[in-house]
Ligand binder design. Sequence first.
Ligand SMILES: [Fe+2]
Length: 381
Amino acid sequence: MTATPLPDLGRRLLTNVDANHSDFAESMMLVPAEEYRDPSRFARELDVVFRRNPLLVALSCDIPNPGDFTTLDIADRPIVVVRGEDGVARTFLNACRHRGRSVAEGCFGHSRRMTCPYHSWVYDTEGKLVGLPGREGFADLDVDGLMAYPTAERAGAIFSILTIGAALDIDEWLGDMQSALEMLNLTKLHRHDVETKLPSGNWKATADGYLDGYHLGYLHRNTIGAKAITNRNTYDLYGPHVRIGFANKGIVDQRDVAPEDWPEPYDCFSLVHYVFPNISISGHPHRSLMVSRIYPGPTPGESTVVQYQYFREPLVTDEQRAEAEQKRQLYRDVTYEEDFLTVIDITRHTDVLAATGEPFRFGRNEMGNQNLHRWISRLLA
Ligand SMILES: [Fe+2]
């Protein structure tokens, strides 16, 4: 099996536009507001959803060469993802085997060695401990390298389970999402180095925004939703992962043309790939991509969203960089002022909604959201 080819997706979007509705789930779904605020449920989400199942921890192009690394801190796990001399990407707990200090710092970097600043214990790019001053004091040392998490690389992305010794079957986990990601051509991207980091409310309410094609023409009517025919989406559910198609106004002009012949890069529809549980990739196979990562915060009511833009060609000229920067700021303003302020507002209401037994209601047209909540509940069960 493979993901729906893009021309077929175009055909389905046009069908939905003509039918005046999006793809439909079988029924509406209620999710108790309590599930957005309960601290014990939140702790289980971190433990099970974020630490016992695969996470997309980096794109392959984030660390293309041996010695390239990226560090992140997710679900209370500080990690470093590094490409070894052998070309293999590995994820380690970013903590020295001596007394736990981080061995790599900075969001992205390059180094042939990771050296703990505390006592200069040195690790190579494959995580092996290759030197420590005063070795005679550690004659009976019981470890030989950093603690490694199960890791696999597929379709231009690197996945890890943040539990030492866990079994990782990445092909099973991705299912047809693997071919959907392959269609996106993630392997040869160039990252715009300016990071956007934004506060939001509950992580699931934040994810709900990324998985929701319904709000585009309302919340974003004056910005990114202006070109859309809202609520005519396709939802491809690949296990826990979702590909969302968005119809744009120009799609009706293509009615008499076979989607195979629609002009690339398909201005008449937009795409979001949501890699469960926390990654949204917005964009087309031949265009720039916006990748958003949702990091659950220290409490159920907080999360942080980190966004990076990726381009098909390296940004070389000042003009290209200025254009990228302008795009970044626009996306930042829209997502913060429209999406995340909405999420923060909703999150403020979860206490009173939970106290009155009120659920959130997901319509048949909110298939992506339904899938998110169904999968979280399934994993927690
Ligand atoms: Fe939105």
